[in-house]
Design a protein around this ligand. Sequence first.
Ligand SMILES: *[C@@H]1O[C@H](CO)[C@@H](O)[C@H](O)[C@H]1NC(C)=O
Ligand SMILES: *[C@@H]1O[C@H](CO)[C@@H](O)[C@H](O)[C@H]1NC(C)=O
Ligand SMILES: [Zn+2]
Length: 380
Amino acid sequence: MRYPILSSLLLATQAYANLSPRPQHLILDSDSSDPLIKLHKELVEHQSISANEHNVAKYLIAYLRRQNFTVETQDVGPLKSSTDPPRENILAYVGKSRKTRVLVSSHIDTVPPFWPYERRGDEIWGRGSVDAKGSVATQIIAVEELMAEGKIEEGDVALLFVVGEEVGGDGMKKANDLGLTWESAIFGEPTELKLASGHKGIASVNLKAKGQAGHSGYPELGKSANAMLIPALNALLNVELPSSEKYGNTTLNIGRVDGGVAANVIAEDAIAKIAIRIAAGGPDAVRKIVTETVKMVDEDIEVISNGGYGPVYIDSDVPGFESMTVNYGTDIPNLKGDHKRYLYGPGTILVAHSDHEHLKVADLEAAVKGYKALIEHALR
Ligand SMILES: *[C@@H]1O[C@H](CO)[C@@H](O)[C@H](O)[C@H]1NC(C)=O
Ligand SMILES: *[C@@H]1O[C@H](CO)[C@@H](O)[C@H](O)[C@H]1NC(C)=O
Ligand SMILES: [Zn+2]
């Protein structure tokens, strides 16, 4: 699950990573012999905040090779600075056939800050425990079990684990260069063990105001960029945006506002960063409404748009699963092709990205069964 504006938080990664852990609960890890719990634990224990996925990738590559998968890596390149560690997507399959009918995929990066793995009774806490290492671990175990049961063979299923989902999807976009197509792709994100039938679209908009600096005692000598932005933002809070029965309301989040340099200086520059979750229509229509609303308040505010997409349809025609719509973005629109697409995984988005991210052991176990059923459905 991605928030579009998190890239600015990446700089804080190192500081966050050094936070001291929460008090440990004294519960012995009696499940270290369970391959699912062990894999999930080791994935969560490898900090992999976007841009820093290399350690968990190395762990996962070694794990998958030990399980006799053929493993390819795909270099994605640094997110920011070329001195950062390498970043790679991981493609794993049975035998020699990299071309498979079904793709099973999730992401190995997480949002900051890092929270250590912690077992609390029948719950597992920690950054990524839900989003999306719960999906990664259960997808792998599902494929292993289907192999062991003789239900899949070479050419049936490939696993793809990508970097950068939380920061714009550079990993999945790169996966389009693998030269592969599939009949079905099963994406792993927290859906509370339901099949998502669609997710909202997204548009990002920045407002930029340019004023004139001056002494705060003589406001008539300057022009405050902050004072320009405030009424425009207020107008946006009250603007009506498209809605639909399936996805509900389009919502608008003013996620970041920066302006001025000091209390006694008229602000020369101000910027607001806005994410819009689109429930109907495309990003262009929503941006047009936003632009017109802002310009009606102040012609001089610049409106800068960055990409985006409308609501994303997802297949959910599998017997035995409940379905739901979700408000978050995924890598689904980043993978080109006319494959059927499914979205499923353990845990709830309502705790993802939070300081209390956690799920139940039983959710992991249920997700293994769910992924097995989805893979078998897709191969039928
Ligand atoms: C991997 O293959 C080797 C050689 O065929 C075999 O001995 C080993 O048991 C396999 N490992 C797993 C986890 O299937
Ligand atoms: C959508 O917005 C309307 C008007 O603000 C509100 O009454 C309604 O409850 C909202 N619908 C949802 C699904 O949030
Ligand atoms: Zn996610």
